[in-house]
Design a protein around this ligand. Structure first.
Ligand code: COA
Length: 343
């Protein structure tokens, strides 16, 4: 007698389930969050040999991303009843960022992941994203194979770096120059009428880093939902740089950490001192907010930025590899002072 396959995802006759990929609805949000937690929990348990209590250390991805980009969020649903996979995608102007993508462990290797990625690609095409990117696990043959099928090439490593700030005084107190020429201001403190013009100034900076890149939606959702804030680095009336950060709660910041999702220094004004001063300001802010850690992601092609973080005492928590399709090289200047996360 043949053994029956005791595996969710196959019906009692061993047939593949009927899967439909559709856009996320409001009522799906907590289920989607559970799918991510469960799937990444399983994956990390296999990698690490022990299951983390929370797959993302308390960071959340679903609710605010859906509010920000509802047309970029997809689920795979079995028999119109059970959500078995999900993919989120956003556009930063002409740059499309894919992820997280997850398919419940018992439903994997049945092409559901590919159906979700295909839907996200469709969304990028509808929105004319010229460069599509994601990050994935560099040592996983499956992940590299899967993204290769969609034309994504492995690029360089992204390091997620952090520094504990709980017992040491903020670096700013130690290293602040006698006469600081730069000042910081929070985007949320601006009058509503000034915000639009400031978004345009930030767009000018990102456009100088990668043609067409625009983080306005990220900045507005962080402001609108108070997920954190955007810190503006200014010299007089000039915007020298900005950093979009999240604080713990319902944001992408893990518990106890101030998480910088995107930081850029205006390319024509790039100086390592500006970055170190900005890092110090963010550490001071984190300490004022009672955080124990500051997290910065850095793409290693931005070599000067990576080096600077190492000099500032940051250590690598983990690495992922950036994958990319579409427009390839023109934005990767190793001297640009950019810290960005494509997770
Ligand atoms: C990554 C993930 C979303 C893929 O979903 P999935 O439904 O299993 O993927 P699919 O079945 O559509 O495609 C997997 C492909 O990889 C292939 N594959 C599987 N293991 C492989 C291996 N060791 N080497 C090479 N290819 C492999 C499969 O054969 C399949 O290709 P095929 O259809 O041409 O045969 C899923 O594994 C997952 O949720 N993993 C945990 C969370 C995660 O890592 N998310 C992605 C972060 S970037």
């Amino acid at each position: 007698m043949r053994a029956t396959v005791d595996r969710a995802g196959l019906d009692p006759q061993g047939r593949l389930p009927k899967i439909q990929v559709r856009r996320v609805r409001k009522g799906d949000l907590s289920k989607v969050r559970d799918v991510f937690e469960q799937t990444f929990g399983d994956f990390l348990e296999r990698q690490l040999g022990t299951r983390p209590r929370q797959a993302f250390g308390g960071a959340q991805y679903v609710h605010h991303r859906w509010l920000m980009e509802p047309w970029g969020c997809f689920v795979a649903e079995e028999d119109n009843a059970k959500i078995v996979g999900a993919a989120l995608a956003v556009t930063w102007g002409t740059v499309g960022i894919l992820g997280p993508v997850a398919v419940l462990t018992n439903y994997q290797n049945q092409t559901i992941g590919q159906q979700l990625i295909r839907a996200s690609q469709g969304f990028f095409e509808e929105n004319k994203a010229a460069l599509h990117g994601c990050v994935t696990y560099p040592t996983s043959p499956k992940h590299l194979f899967l993204f290769h099928k969609f034309g994504y090439r492995p690029k360089a490593l992204t390091a997620v770096m952090s520094r504990a700030i709980d017992r040491t005084p903020p670096r700013a107190a130690v290293a602040k120059p006698a006469k600081a020429v730069l000042a910081v201001r929070r985007f949320s403190s601006l009058e509503e009428t000034k915000k639009k013009a400031t978004l345009a100034r930030m767009h000018r900076i990102t456009n100088g880093i990668c043609r067409g890149m625009d983080l306005s939606k990220e900045i507005e959702i962080v402001d609108g939902l108070a997920l954190g804030d955007t810190l503006l680095l200014e010299r007089g009336r000039d915007l020298v740089g900005f950093a979009v950060y999240h604080t713990p709660g319902v944001s992408e910041a893990p518990s106890g950490a101030l998480y910088v999702k995107f930081l850029a220094i205006d390319p024509p004004q790039r100086k390592v001192e500006h970055l170190t001063e900005f890092v110090s300001a963010l550490e001071t802010l984190a300490q004022e907010l009672g955080m124990q850690r500051v997290i910065f992601p850095v793409y290693s092609r931005y070599w000067l930025a990576y080096n600077t973080l190492v000099q500032c005492g940051y250590q690598i928590d983990f690495t992922m590899i950036r994958m990319q399709r579409g427009r390839q090289e023109d934005y990767e200047d190793p001297t640009h002072l950019v810290l960005d996360d494509w997770r």
